[in-house]
Design a protein around this ligand. Structure first.
Ligand code: HEM
Length: 505
């Protein structure tokens, strides 16, 4: 760093201290802010609470400060919501007021400053994008069009695993094969195409770029430049890498998928009985002038991040819990055998006839929520919540994990016990009919992908348990289920090696 930059930074720091003190004094008079730790100038609470604001750390904060609490992270306000009543207020009653998204310097790069749908503010653009995406992605018709594809992909996983001799002895990292399956499930919907194997060069490239995008966006490394804007010059290197990854990724989507699809003279030439795939609908909207080509590319980007890894993480958690709870795995297998018949492979319509399977899925999503803080919300204007003033443009984190794991509201929540969803919580659904349980959020910005995610989870877990006995590797009694959180994601730290012993029918 040159001396001039250092001088500018120090000067900037000095002035922002003065401004921060003045602003906080003025604010203190005008606003009744939610409780929280006492901030210091410039850094706010950042040095006290650190970078890793995961669901567990935020739960500790809620225990200390209550159901709504304010953190000052440098210049940003962060409001943590930790009760079902206030979650209802944010997501439902005041859904419009709190229906925007915060972005930050990194998300701005990956979304072209909100030209996408997931991270854009609540307004005309979001409404249009959500409407355009609904028919191609989020209806029961899509499920019925593609469920055969998902069943086929799950069958191929079973066949491939059976062919791996080490699967039944030392074990395999099952996730790797399931990742290919999830890409194929979504790329069939988007482009009517699939990748033949884990070694397919295009799949390898795509997976690497998506992985890099997730790592860069979910990292805490760039917080300082986001919280304290005058430190942003120090992020130059990081942001340059983000820009390069973004460019390469969008170019890949365009060259290998969009342009390829456009080359097909008509949808009839495709391999899906002439039915349109999602991107055909999206390109229609572009032709009508409703959206531009960048928007089309950002829709592809959004599906790559919102759909594939979230569902894969949930499958991975489900498998880990079933391995660590052999009695639950056995009970599930018995249900599959007795309802469907020995060796009769589960299909999408069957998933609704299998209450224990449904309960296993719900319990996985409760204890191991893939997006435990939802995607951060934001209020564009000053707002009120729980009797407090929430300054405009606050980042609102709803701690959905805590809502679903608070012992005040759930019986022994730390236990993995699917039976709860057949007994005392039998009325609770994953669609947000109960504000204690919001794995997909609820309201305007809730997850539209729930309609696809639930059957995919059912088919995948069902087929695996029907066809294999899933065990920890030799010498290990349990899988390591240490969690790893990001800016708002939760996954398993170590991708487990799993022994899959084929059953004989
Ligand atoms: C188990 C799998 C999944 C989980 C746990 C999950 C969870 C979530 C959550 C918690 C949100 C944010 C809700 C909020 O901020 O209030 C969300 C948003 C979203 N999800 Fe999912 N999701 C999953 C799968 C999918 C799939 C398969 C798709 C697409 C095919 C998808 C597409 C989206 C989109 C587009 C949004 C943004 C909605 C908006 O901002 O209006 N998700 N998801």
């Amino acid at each position: 760093m040159d001396l001039l930059l250092l001088e500018k930074t120090l000067l900037g720091l000095f002035f922002s201290i003065i401004i921060a003190i003045t602003v906080s004094k003025l604010r203190g008079k005008r606003f009744k802010l939610p409780p929280g730790p006492i901030p210091v100038p410039v850094f706010g609470n950042w040095l006290q609470v650190g970078d890793d604001l995961n669901h567990r750390n935020l739960t500790d904060l809620a225990k200390k400060f209550g159901e709504v609490c304010l953190l000052r992270m440098g210049q940003r306000n962060l409001v943590v919501v930790s009760s079902p009543d206030l979650a209802k207020e944010v997501l439902h009653t005041q859904g419009v007021e709190f229906g925007s998204r915060t972005r930050n310097v990194v998300f701005d790069i990956f979304t072209g400053k909100g030209q996408d749908m997931v991270f854009t503010v609540y307004g005309e653009h979001w409404r249009k994008m959500r409407r355009i995406m609904t028919v191609p992605f989020f209806t029961n018709k899509v499920v019925q069009q593609y469920r055969f594809g998902w069943e086929d992909e799950a069958a191929r996983v079973v066949e491939d695993v059976k062919k791996m001799p080490e699967a039944s002895t030392s074990g395999i990292v099952l996730r790797k094969r399931l990742q290919l399956m999830m890409y194929n499930n979504m790329y069939r919907i988007m482009f009517d195409r699939r990748f033949e194997s884990e070694d397919d060069p295009l799949f390898v490239k795509l997976k690497a770029l998506n992985g890099e995008r997730s790592r860069l966006a979910q990292s805490f490394e760039y917080n300082y430049g986001d919280f304290i804007p005058i430190l942003r010059p120090f992020l130059r290197g990081y942001l340059k890498i983000c820009k390069e990854v973004k460019e390469r990724r969008l170019q890949l989507f365009k060259d290998y998928f969009l342009d390829e699809r456009k080359k097909l003279a008509s949808p009839k030439a495709t391999d899906n009985n002439g039915l349109k795939c999602a991107i055909d609908h999206i390109l229609d909207a572009q032709q009508k002038g409703e959206i531009n080509e960048d928007n089309v590319l950002y829709i592809v980007e959004n599906i790559n991040v919102a759909a594939i890894e979230t569902t894969l993480w949930s499958i991975e958690w489900g498998i880990a819990e079933l391995v660590n709870h052999p009695e639950i795995q056995k009970k599930l297998r018995n249900e599959l055998d007795s309802v469907l018949g020995h060796g009769v492979q589960i299909t999408e319509p069957d998933t609704y006839k299998l209450p224990y399977l449904q309960a296993v899925i719900k319990e996985t999503l409760r204890l191991r929520m893939a997006i435990p803080l939802l995607v951060p919300h934001m209020n564009l204007h000053d707002a009120k919540l729980g009797g407090f003033d929430i300054p405009a443009e606050s980042k609102i984190l709803v701690n959905a994990w805590w809502l679903a794991n608070n012992p005040a509201n759930w019986k022994n929540p730390e236990e993995f016990r699917p039976e709860r969803f057949l007994e005392e919580e039998s009325k609770v659904e994953a669609n947000g009919n109960d504000f204690r349980y919001l794995p997909f959020g609820v309201g305007r910005r809730s997850c539209p992908g729930i309609i696809l995610a639930l059957p995919i989870l059912g088919i995948t877990l069902g087929r695996l348990v029907q066809n294999f006995e899933l065990l920890p590797p030799p010498g290990q009694s349990k899988l390591d289920t240490t969690e790893k959180g990001g800016q708002f994601s939760l996954h398993i730290l170590k991708h487990s090696t799993i022994v899959a012993k084929p059953r004989s029918f």
